[in-house]
Design a protein around this ligand. Structure first.
Ligand SMILES: Cc1ncc(COP(=O)(O)O)c(C=O)c1O
Length: 397
C-alpha cells in the first residue's frame, strides 16, 4: 500500500536526519565515524549502574515499574534542579519538568508555544533535531548568521525590525554543529532584544559541562529577570544518552503547560532510569566523571586539530572549540561536500555534510561537521588522514 497520499503535511516536508541515516552506514565496522555526537563509551559507568538497577528492581520494584508522575521522579527532579541552580538557571517561581531526553523538552516547548506559520529564529547552522521539530510544528524557520562569538546580533536586530519573531532557539555554549560559544555580552544583549521585540527564548545547553579550555560563560537564562528564557539541558552527555534523561526549567505557568503537552506525548519519562540516575548521583561523584570527560574530550579535540593541520589541504578552515563535541570545517566556496562525503565513505570515514544543519538544506554549502568524542585516537588519525585525501580530490587549489 502507498501511504504517501495519507501522510500529514507536517511530516511530509521532513527529511530523514542525515546523522540518523549515517548510523545505518556505521553498521560497517570498518567505517570510522566522525559523524555522530555520542559520548566516549569508556565514560559510561556500566558496572555501577548495573548494580543500582539490580538493587532497585529487587528492593523497590513497584516504584520502578508502576506509572509515575508526569513532572518526574521527585529525587531525580531534585538532582536536575541542583544542576540548573548551579549555573544560575533557577529563578524564584520557576519549576522543572523531567523529559525523555532534552530533545523532548525542546519539542514540547515548541509544541506549546509555536502556532502554525509563526516565526522561530535559529542560529545558522543549528541542531538538526530542533530544526526538524520546528518544521514538524509548522513553525517558520528564520536563520540568523553566526560570528566567531555567537549569533550576529546586528543581523538579528535587522530581522527583528522587519519580521515578528515568536521565539528564538539558541545553543549558546559549544554549539552543535559549530563548536562556537556566545560571549557574555551577547547573552545579555539577547535578553534586552527579547524585551524590546517581545519574543521568547529556548536555551539549549547539553554541552555546558564539557568545557576543556577558556572560562565559563553564564547561561543566557541566568541574565533573565523577566521569565522569557526556557532553559533545557540533558544527562546525555554527562551520564548516558541511552537513559533518555533531560529537563526544562522555566516559570511555573510555562512548565504547567508543558506538563499537559507531555501527558499527551509519553505520559512520563521512564521511572527506572530516573531512579537509577538519582541513586548514581547520591552514591558516586558525578563531578569526577564530568572532569574525566572534559580531560578526554580536550585531549581528543587537540589531537584531531593537530591531525587536521597535518592532513587537510590548504584552503580548508575550522573552528577551535573550548568544549563540547564538535569541530565545524569549511572548504573553499564551490567545493562539492556531498561528493567529498561519498569519496570519504569509500575511504571508510564518515562525517556530516553542512547542508543538514541549514534552514534551506538545498542551498550549496561547503561546510561539514566533525565529532571527536566517540572514536579512539588511532582511529581519529586514520579517519582524518583518509578525509584529507578525499578533500584533496575536490578542493581546488
Ligand atoms: C544541541 C543539542 N540539543 C539537544 C540534544 C538532544 O539531547 P538528548 O539526548 O538529551 O535528547 C542534542 C543531542 O545531541 C544536541 O546536540
Amino acid at each position: 500500500m502507498d501511504y504517501e497520499k495519507y501522510l500529514s503535511a507536517r511530516v511530509k516536508t521532513l527529511k530523514a536526519s542525515a546523522i540518523r541515516e549515517m548510523f545505518k552506514l556505521m553498521a560497517d565496522p570498518e567505517i570510522i565515524s566522525l559523524a555522530g555526537g555520542s559520548p566516549d563509551p569508556s565514560l559510561f559507568p556500566a558496572k555501577e549502574l548495573a548494580q543500582i538497577a539490580q538493587e532497585i528492581l529487587t528492593e523497590n520494584p513497584v516504584c520502578a515499574l508502576q506509572y509515575g508522575t508526569t513532572d518526574g521522579y521527585a529525587p531525580f527532579k531534585e538532582v536536575a534542579t541542583g544542576r540548573a541552580a548551579k549555573v544560575g538557571c533557577v529563578a524564584e517561581g520557576d519549576k522543572i519538568i523531567i523529559t525523555t531526553g532534552e530533545q523532548q523538552a525542546i519539542d514540547l516547548a515548541l509544541k506549546s508555544f509555536v502556532n502554525d506559520g509563526e516565526n522561530v529564529a535559529v542560529e545558522e547552522p543549528s541542531f538538526v533535531g530542533t530544526l526538524n521539530s520546528i518544521r514538524a510544528h509548522n513553525g517558520k524557520l528564520v536563520p540568523v548568521p553566526m560570528d566567531s562569538d555567537g549569533m550576529n546580533l546586528e543581523k538579528f536586530e535587522e530581522i527583528l525590525n522587519g519580521t515578528k519573531i515568536k521565539m528564538l532557539y539558541t545553543i549558546p555554549t559549544f554549539q552543535n554543529p559549530s563548536g562556537i560559544t556566545m560571549s557574555a555580552e551577547k547573552r545579555k544583549k539577547l535578553i534586552d532584544l527579547a524585551e524590546k521585540y517581545d519574543f521568547l527564548i529556548i536555551e539549549d545547553n547539553p554541552y555546558g559541562d564539557l568545557r576543556f579550555a577558556g572560562e565559563d560563560v553564564p547561561p543566557v537564562k541566568s541574565f533573565d529577570k523577566m521569565g522569557r528564557v526556557f532553559y533545557c539541558s540533558s544527562f546525555s552527555k554527562i551520564l548516558s544518552p541511552g537513559m533518555r534523561l533531560g529537563y526544562i526549567v522555566a516559570p511555573a505557568d510555562v512548565i504547567d503547560r508543558i506538563e499537559i503537552a507531555k501527558q499527551a506525548n509519553d505520559v512520563h519519562t521512564p521511572v527506572l532510569t530516573q531512579m537509577m540516575a538519582a541513586e548514581y548521583v547520591k552514591r558516586y561523584d558525578i563531578e569526577a566523571n564530568i572532569a574525566k570527560a572534559r580531560e578526554i574530550y580536550g585531549r581528543k579535540c587537540s589531537f584531531m586539530l593537530s591531525c587536521m593541520e597535518k592532513y587537510f589541504p590548504d584552503g580548508v578552515t575550522w573552528t577551535t572549540p573550548e568544549g563540547g563535541l564538535f569541530i565545524w570545517c569549511t572548504a573553499p566556496a564551490g567545493t562539492d561536500i556531498q561528493a567529498v562525503l561519498m569519496e570519504a565513505i569509500k575511504n571508510k570515514v564518515a562525517f556530516v555534510a553542512g547542508n543538514s544543519f541549514m534552514v534551506d538544506q538545498d542551498k550549496p554549502c561547503s561546510s561539514f561537521r566533525l565529532n571527536y568524542s566517540t572514536m579512539p585516537e588511532e582511529k581519529i588519525e586514520k579517519g582524518i588522514k583518509a578525509l584529507g585525501e578525499s578533500l584533496s580530490k575536490f578542493v581546488k587549489q
